[in-house]
Design a protein around this ligand. Structure first.
Ligand SMILES: [Zn+2]
Length: 252
């Protein structure tokens, strides 16, 4: 048994038994882990609301080699992101970010860049950044960090490089651009060269500078369904938090 202390973001919290809760969290050093918080349902004192989804905490847990589940012994709140929780749209986009990381990151695989990305994203939402713009940037980066970066250089069928002034398309199942003659198949979206350039920048800029990028109206319309459907395509499942975003009209 190893006692560990790690910075974490809570991704999911579920009832486990009459008194315990099952907490899935994302750490910088060990990636995604799930643990039992004993007595978290009964004794509010022990964890005092530090195990709510989205919270940034410092966790003390025991890693048990015989079990996939760790045992959470203590949790210290570092940032509850209280402000974003008071706004339904920002909360919806924050929940989407946590769910995407939950579904895209394998258990016990460290991905420190993904941890930093999620933390920056929550921090930007907390400080009132445009939630949809932040979410589109987050989604572009997540795809790259999880090994699913879309091909934005040339037509995936013939290799022709993107030329400005022509119509270009993006194929979700093929994960890349298609020139006009090759725009065949399901789930194809028109994409303008300006949007392609923006997405390339969102993939390549250092993280601290990414958040300055702006999706203007056309790029937003082109990417709103494209990016999330690309994520869903790789996950082969739907995302629950999209329902809330649809209900409040934040996403079509
Ligand atoms: Zn082509």
């Amino acid at each position: 048994m190893a006692i560990r202390r790690a910075e974490a973001i809570i991704l999911r919290s579920r009832d486990y038994s009459e008194s315990d809760r099952l907490i899935t969290f994302f750490t910088r050093s060990q990636g995604q882990l799930t643990g039992i918080a004993k007595g978290a349902r009964r004794s509010k004192k022990r964890f005092v609301h530090t195990l709510e989804p989205l919270s940034h905490v410092s966790l003390t847990y025991v890693d048990r080699p015989t079990s996939g589940l760790v045992r959470i012994d203590a949790s210290e709140l570092k940032n509850a992101f209280t402000s974003l929780r008071s706004d339904i749209a920002r909360l919806g986009y924050a929940s989407l970010g946590c769910e995407v990381v939950l579904e895209m990151s394998p258990e016990r695989q460290a991905n420190p860049s993904l941890f930093v990305l999620l933390y920056h994203y929550l921090e930007h939402l907390e400080h009132g950044a445009d939630p949809e713009n932040s979410s589109l940037l987050f989604q572009t980066r997540v795809l790259s960090l999880c090994g699913y970066a879309p091909n934005l250089q040339a037509c995936v069928r013939c290799g022709q490089e993107m030329v400005a002034g022509e119509d270009w398309f993006f194929s979700v199942p093929q994960g890349g651009l298609l020139c006009r003659p090759h725009r065949r198949g399901p789930e194809i979206y028109p994409i303008s060269p300006g949007t392609v350039m923006l997405l390339r920048q969102a993939q390549q800029l250092p993280l601290t500078r990414v958040w300055r990028l702006r999706f203007q109206r056309q790029s937003r319309e082109e990417c709103r369904s494209l990016l999330i459907n690309l994520i869903r395509h790789h996950l082969e499942k739907d995302l629950k938090s999209l329902k809330l975003l649809h209900q409040i009209g934040a996403m079509q």
